[in-house]
Design a protein around this ligand. Structure first.
Ligand code: NAD
Length: 290
């Protein structure tokens, strides 16, 4: 099978922007696509800022930062035809909203325009890889490649095979993760995999503790940091992940594991309704407007 040289990333949010950045820094020709106005501009200015900071801190030379930037093509086209821009990618990594119906629709469209060797990877935090793969005629080439936030910093990639994922797809994905300087670790295709099966109920419980007045948010976080040696409290972490993403993941856990104890806390859902999504909107549990 051909070596991966060209990477396409769909969704230029927190995760997609980070994946595109590390791909370009590792020497891959990279395309980043997002149809929504403003998303690409935001990702591009974040890349400029983070690469400039890496140079300032001596982690990268200016020519290397310039070369990384020049490897990224930003695509802000609307409509299904925009996907044709990705036809030459060896792997497409999807990092759009955590919604099974929207992801399946995208994978069906992607599969229709790709050639025989391309891998379709999803960065989903919780949705079944088998289910996403079933929306395509090529489930052997669909795989979960679950990066962590912030992508340039976090070493882990959870690699999740769907029921039909071929050994060749798995091998090439693991090799790619290593070339991106990440540590791939396998997990099975059950809702939430390992990371979110364990992490997200803890975050949800922190919202219940807040809602029931057990402690105020800053104290809940302080207790978990000092008492459990967590580097970040669960509520601060929820803001960082995105409260909307947390709700989507809890829904997937509740439905996928068929257990109502995984339903999102009403207070978490209320903050999402109020568009308090965390860092990305400037306010979630905590206020970042200043
Ligand atoms: P985000 O909201 O920051 O970004 C999502 C991006 O996808 C946005 O820029 C949006 O414009 C774009 N988008 C939405 N629908 C689209 C479509 N149909 N086609 C193309 N682009 C579309 O979200 P995020 O935090 O980057 O999460 C993206 C994915 O990564 C989700 O599946 C999430 O579960 C997963 N993930 C998130 C984290 C985290 O900590 N935030 C960690 C690991 C995995």
């Amino acid at each position: 099978m051909p070596e991966i040289k060209n990477i396409a990333v769909i969704g230029a949010g927190q995760m997609g922007g980070g994946i595109a950045q590390i791909a370009a820094t590792a020497g891959f020709t990279t395309k980043l696509l997002d149809p929504f106005p403003g998303a690409i501009d935001k990702a591009k200015s974040l890349h400029d800022k983070l690469l400039a900071r890496a140079v300032e801190k001596g982690r990268m030379t200016q020519p290397d930062a310039d070369a990384a930037k020049s490897r990224i093509t930003y695509i802000n086209d609307q409509g299904d035809a925009a996907l044709n821009n990705l036809a030459d990618a060896d792997i497409v990594i999807e990092a759009i909203i955590e919604d099974a119906a929207i992801k399946k629709d995208l994978f069906a469209k992607l599969a229709a325009m790709l050639t025989a060797d391309q891998i379709l990877a999803t960065n989903t935090s919780s949705i079944s890889i088998t289910e996403i793969a079933a929306a395509t005629p090529c489930p052997d080439r669909v795989i979960g490649m679950h990066f962590f936030n912030p992508v340039p910093v976090m070493k882990l990639v959870e690699v999740i095979n769907g029921l039909a994922t071929s050994p060749d797809t798995t091998e090439r994905t693991i090799a790619l993760a290593e070339k991106l300087s990440k540590t791939p670790v396998p997990a099975n295709d059950r809702a939430g995999f390992v990371s979110n099966r364990v992490l997200m109920p803890m975050i949800n419980e922190a919202f219940y503790a807040w809602m029931e007045g057990v402690a105020e948010p800053a104290h809940i976080d302080e207790i978990m940091k000092l008492g459990c040696a967590h580097p970040m409290g669960p509520l601060r972490l929820a803001d960082f992940i995105g409260l909307d993403t947390c709700v989507h993941i809890m829904d997937v856990l509740a439905d996928g594991l068929n257990n109502e104890r995984y339903r999102a806390c009403p207070l978490l859902k209320q903050l999402v309704t109020a568009n308090r999504l965390g860092d990305k909107t400037g306010r979630g549990v905590f206020d970042y407007s200043k």
